[in-house]
Design a protein around this ligand. Structure first.
Ligand code: AMP
Length: 178
């Protein structure tokens, strides 16, 4: 878990490689559906460009199917759950998560990172106005989900405003000691 720009993708790539886990990024999954022009992609495209969350009914089954398929390997979810109904579907599903890691970064640093990413990757939702909306969505809709997860299992909060190597080392240490 973590706000947009907190480094979820970067840290999940590293962890997935190191631990042999499947990296399931809902943002990547949806972006590839949009790029492929699938029916799901057509239904979520406008919402994604606006920076709002896509409706639960379009994402929950897709994600839970992938989670179930990763059962032997283990999975790392990036960008899910982002609503209380997604959280309950995951917690009550066939393979609930063992651990929740929350990446915490100050708002001004998040904006700086996303604008820098826009110059490199050209993501349609990395503009100043949409970034502000995505941060508000995180504060209002996604942060309460952390509390739902915390009531059901361990949550580790990491100061992710530091260099990627430092953050990765702290995540690894947390996983090994707790
Ligand atoms: P991300 O790459 O994680 O920042 O996600 C990009 C966009 O995909 C978000 O702004 C949402 O529009 C959509 N999205 C990704 N994950 C979810 C989710 N779990 N629930 C609803 N919308 C999502």
């Amino acid at each position: 878990m973590g706000p947009p720009g907190s480094g979820k993708g970067t840290q999940c790539d590293r962890l997935a490689t190191r631990m042999g886990l499947r990296h399931l990024s809902t943002g990547e999954l949806l972006r590839s559906e949009v790029a492929a022009g699938s029916e799901l992609g057509r239904r979520v495209a406008t919402t994604m460009v606006s920076g709002s969350l896509v409706p639960d009914e379009l994402i929950v089954d897709v994600v839970l199917t992938r989670v179930a398929a990763a059962v032997g390997a283990g999975y790392l979810l990036d960008g899910f759950p982002r609503s209380s109904s997604q959280a309950h579907a995951l917690l009550d599903g066939p393979v609930p998560p063992d651990r929740v890691i929350v990446l915490e970064v100050a708002g001004n640093e998040l904006v700086r990172r996303m604008l820098a990413r826009a110059a490199i990757e050209g993501r349609a939702d990395d503009t100043a106005e949409i970034i502000a909306h995505r941060l508000a969505v995180y504060r209002e809709s996604v942060l309460p989900v952390v509390e739902i997860l915390a009531a059901r299992g361990p949550v580790t909060r990491i100061d992710a405003g530091r260099a990627p190597d430092v953050v990765a080392a702290e995540i690894t240490a947390a996983l090994e000691t707790e």
